[in-house]
Design a protein around this ligand. Sequence first.
Ligand code: AMP
Length: 413
Amino acid sequence: MAMNKLSIEDLDVKGKRVLMRVDFNVPQNEDGTVRDDTRIRAALRSINFVRERGGKLILMSHLGRPEDAKKAESEEEKAKILAANAKLTMDPIANKLREIVGGKVTKVNDIAGPEVEAAVAAMVPGDIVVLENTRFNKGETKNDAELSQKLAKLADVYVSDAFGSVHRAHSSTEGVTHYVRQSAAGFLVAKEMEYFNRVLHHPDRPLAAILGGAKVSDKIMLIEHLLDLVNVLIIGGGMAYTFMKAQGYEVGDSLLEADKLDVAKMLIAKAKEKGVALLLPEDTVVADAFSETANSRVVGLGGIEAGWQGLDIGPKTVEKFLNAIKTCKTVVWNGPVGVFEMDKFGVGTKAIAELLAASPGITSVIGGGDTAAAVNKYGLADKMSHVSTGGGASLEMLEGKDLPGLAALTNKV
Ligand code: AMP
């Protein structure tokens, strides 16, 4: 998609009401307080930009997945749902934000309507109003037009800074943009767009994609789209075993999607046809159980016996993958190449992360979710060119889809 969208820096926010969608979907403690404020701090650049220029900032986010108490089948179940939902209020998050920014932060108990309108009317430049969890309103996930209009009524301009939600057409991410004068990308979203734009539209070549993770079925569209773009496609992780099996090698008890063997064959053929170097594992670390304490050993192609499962790429494969990566100028990575959550099976994933971290000449774009968790685990996130904050959104981006929350932003003229 074209990504010449307005950015927050193009907006004149002085004296204006700026409605900003942020990602304050933070990890919480048992009592609802904030356990990790990384996401709040990540939004500070956009927040401070508006406040320093005399804007009035209205922040909104979803938090967790509130459930509908009406679907409860008993009073007991209803009480349980209500108690769980109560923990998803934005109160503790607004408190944390107040602590961090030190300015006037008012939390309101609704996401639209009279209470919110009154609080907004009372704002002076530099103030912040935090709306309640957007998903407390059932219209949010339905992209309800009435709710979108109510949200838009609060604001002069809209800023999208929640990349993790831009693949969803919700009122706070998409609907609202139809009723405000200007919608722009905040700093976080602008950076995501810049890097994905680079990978998708004007990469320094050679361009490689490293794919891993559990399932082929989740990544078929991704692979198909990437085969049109990349010079090198590296496949590891659980999904590699379906490709191995498709080439006639036994995979023992490894993850296998038997109904995707034809798809795997088709993708291998397509890579050949397109001249894409497709690299698959040549050896595997197998274990006799899915456990850190399992017995493990390295086997070559065809060497995985019944009772054993492949949980990481083997040393020959690590070397082959690293050598290929070293020849590239741009690398996009989606999915760990082994079960990195267990150190014993994280060797391949760690080696790739370390190579990218040590290669300033390679633009490295890390898809969100598990891959971001992996580079964080190794303390290497800040050595990557870009670590995406959106797992689902980055996947859809690389699949070549139009993301509703980005498509809706105002085009630059
Ligand atoms: P995904 O959400 O599809 O990207 O999958 C990520 C998960 O795949 C991670 O939690 C990894 O532990 C897991 N994974 C990677 N390699 C393997 C493997 N060889 N066998 C089983 N799971 C794997």
